[in-house]
Design a protein around this ligand. Structure first.
Ligand code: GYE
Length: 349
């Protein structure tokens, strides 16, 4: 073993020397061109056309496996990721839209691995079923960052960090608003519109809410059904339920889009959303703030979709060798009443 060392050291030294000579050559070419042109600094475009930008070789390629475009929140997240990486010349983004299908996300990840990207961002549509493909990324030494939704516990070694919200807390905050509004001991029938079956955002928003009302005997979830995080399905589920039973005091929707769909169904059934039936949403999209200002919705529990900058920072930190937090948590608020109306002009998405 030891006898091989001098040979390796010699080889390394030789490689470094070749690299150094090549590097010196480039530098002297660049340096030589500028004074020769005499006006290099005045004509940046000419230089750009003839010389490759120095960053060209160093671009970090990021593959992002997005879920789809099911909600206003999702669109805002997509815009944030695309804008963050397109504005930075040191990055190149490969974007994939899985149209809500896990199998498409798995295919996208395999393509990113084959393309030898520098990092993978994944917004997992559901929590389970990622072990095999994430192990493949790990074996290929490609770091994976989970964005906005999580995966089944026990798989923490398969990703660097989860960047996103505390969905259990969001569910608790939704319940807290409701209990403050109606008071302890009130009789309240609730319809829960759940998000995509198996999604961490749906599982945890349900858990946080249900745990928080467990001690309140008068608060009853009379119906709980998935609306797949879309406005159309939120409306459909609500419409069907209202045909059977109108004795509901609250709709708790796991996102604003489903809440907005439910509002339409309630209006079409001749009831007043926001008054006859109180409406709770999650996300904090602009359309929810508008509905609150119109008095048709009551509260939105904020969930931050602008995660592009945090993803970029996490990748840079990882590449720099910094140890990252396992959960990079978003800071969020709850908006209702005048606070929502005041915040409306500044909502960007
Ligand atoms: O609340 C919902 C979306 O994963 C946090 O997904 C996200 C959720 C968001 O479609 O609107």
């Amino acid at each position: 073993m030891n006898r091989k060392k001098p040979f390796i050291v010699t080889m390394l030294a030789a490689i470094m020397l070749v690299g150094l000579i090549a590097g010196c050559g480039n530098n002297s070419n660049n340096g030589g061109n500028k004074p020769a042109n005499g006006n290099a600094t005045n004509k940046p475009t000419e230089n750009a056309a003839t010389e490759a930008p120095p960053e060209a070789n160093k671009k970090l390629v990021v593959g992002f496996a997005q879920i789809g475009a099911e909600s206003g929140w999702r669109d805002a997240e997509t815009d944030s990721v695309k804008a963050t990486f397109s504005e930075d010349p040191n990055f190149e983004l490969k974007f994939s839209d899985a149209q809500q299908k896990q199998e498409n996300q798995i295919k996208a990840i395999r393509t990113f691995i084959a393309q030898k990207v520098d990092a993978i961002g994944l917004a997992p549509v559901v929590e389970s079923g990622w072990e095999t493909v994430l192990k493949e990324a790990k074996d290929a030494n490609i770091p994976v960052f989970l964005l906005d939704r999580g995966i089944t516990k026990g798989n923490e070694d398969l990703y660097v960090s989860f960047i996103g919200s505390d969905f259990i807390l969001e569910g608790q905050n939704a319940a807290k608003w409701m209990i403050d509004e109606f008071g302890a001991g009130a009789q309240v029938n609730i319809v829960q519109l759940e998000g995509t079956v198996g999604a961490s955002a749906a599982n945890d928003r349900k858990k946080g809410f249900e745990d928080a009302i467990a001690g309140e005997a008068g608060y009853k979830i009379v119906y709980s059904q998935t609306g797949d995080f879309t406005r159309a399905k939120g409306k459909e589920v609500m419409e069907a339920y209202l045909k059977k039973d109108k004795n509901i005091q609250v709709v708790y929707a796991h996102n604003d889009d489903m809440a907005l769909g439910a509002i339409q169904a309630i209006e079409e059934a001749g009831l007043k959303p926001g008054k006859d039936i109180k409406i709770i949403g999650v996300d904090g999209i602009k359309a929810a703030f508008e509905a609150i200002a119109e008095g048709k919705m009551n509260v939105t529990v904020e969930c931050n979709p602008l995660l592009g900058p945090q993803l970029k920072q996490a990748i840079l930190d990882y590449k720099a060798g910094t140890t990252l937090e396992k959960w990079i948590k978003s800071d969020e608020d709850v908006y209702f009443g005048q606070k929502a109306i005041d915040a409306l002009p500044n909502r960007k998405y």
